[in-house]
Ligand binder design. Structure first.
Ligand SMILES: [Zn+2]
Length: 297
């Protein structure tokens, strides 16, 4: 079973041996304290399990986690979870082995194994949502780094004089390419953005100049970041997911132009940008794959 705990929703799914989703469940978790989150997970697991015998559960959590102990070290958007030994707690609640992993790492594993990253050995999965998240597959496995913090592409410094980010630094990629940043920039330019980043995309599609410029700016920031990453890591693919992935066709020409200006030609020949394929299922698919991996003898 896979679970994906986002900042506003909890998704739980039952998957078969080939990691195809058999059954889905979802509920809102905004404003829930840690007890509420545990209770919701319990409810979700029961709801999708039915009479199936569950072998294990993988849970993606928006924060820095220690997969070996199942402890959430920091979860900026679900404050009550910071410092919680979520894995052991859930194992007690559910009576099966539980693997806890960072949510975007789980999405990256899902897209790499079953979606748009299939067949590649060096992939960055980037999610453009409330923030900008990343998960890195290198040499055919998830690269976590010694502290489990690798892949945080959203806080890659891009413009040293740029606006102050929530992390304390200036000009991070997230300040330009998250759905939040797109909405903020659109509102500053008088573009209607009540429906979120995709309504900015709608305005751009119907020819709104300022809306097009806001998305172009996000695309350029992604292209500059990608050039550094392609040169550094010889990435084969960047898989673009999250809420803003629905506007990828509008971002892509700008991202491509900046990338082609900066990246070396050898890695560039192989490189491709691709929108995610599993969408909202990516997290539960990846979490279940990771759970199965840690169950393997
Ligand atoms: Zn930052």
């Amino acid at each position: 079973m896979g679970a994906d705990l986002g900042g506003s929703n909890l998704r739980v799914a039952l998957l078969d041996a080939e990691h195809r989703v058999v059954c889905r469940w979802r509920c809102a978790v905004k404003e829930l304290a840690v007890e509420g989150v545990r209770e919701a997970l319990h409810r979700g697991v029961r709801a999708v399990a039915g009479s199936e015998a569950i072998q294990g559960v993988g849970v993606g959590v928006p924060g820095l986690v220690e997969p070996s102990t199942g402890t959430v070290r920091v979860a900026p958007n679900l404050v009550g979870l910071s410092g919680v030994a979520l894995g052991p707690d859930l194992e007690r609640d559910l009576g099966v082995p539980v693997r806890v992993e960072n949510d975007v790492n789980a999405i990256a594993v899902g897209e790499w194994a079953r979606g748009a990253g299939r067949g590649a050995r060096a992939v960055l999965v980037i999610t453009l949502g409330t923030g900008v998240g990343g998960g890195l597959i290198l040499d055919g496995s998830l690269y976590r780094g010694p502290d489990g913090s690798a892949g945080e592409v959203g806080h890659m410094p891009l413009y040293p004089q740029g606006p102050r980010c929530a992390c304390g630094a200036r000009g991070c990629l997230e300040m330009y390419a998250s759905a939040t940043a797109v909405v903020r920039a659109a509102q500053e330019r008088g573009v209607p953005a009540e429906g979120g980043a995709l309504s900015v995309a709608c305005a751009a599609r119907s020819g709104h100049r300022a809306a097009r410029e806001v998305l172009a700016r996000a695309g350029r920031a992604l292209g500059v970041a990608a050039a550094g990453l392609v040169n550094l890591l010889n990435l084969e693919r960047i898989v673009v997911g999250g809420g803003l992935a629905g506007a990828w066709d509008l971002l892509e020409p700008h991202a491509r132009r900046e990338l082609e200006r900066r990246a070396f030609s050898a890695p560039l020949e192989r490189f491709r940008w691709v929108p995610w394929q599993l969408g909202d299922d990516a997290g539960v698919v990846g979490a279940s794959i990771l759970a199965r991996e840690s169950l393997a003898p």
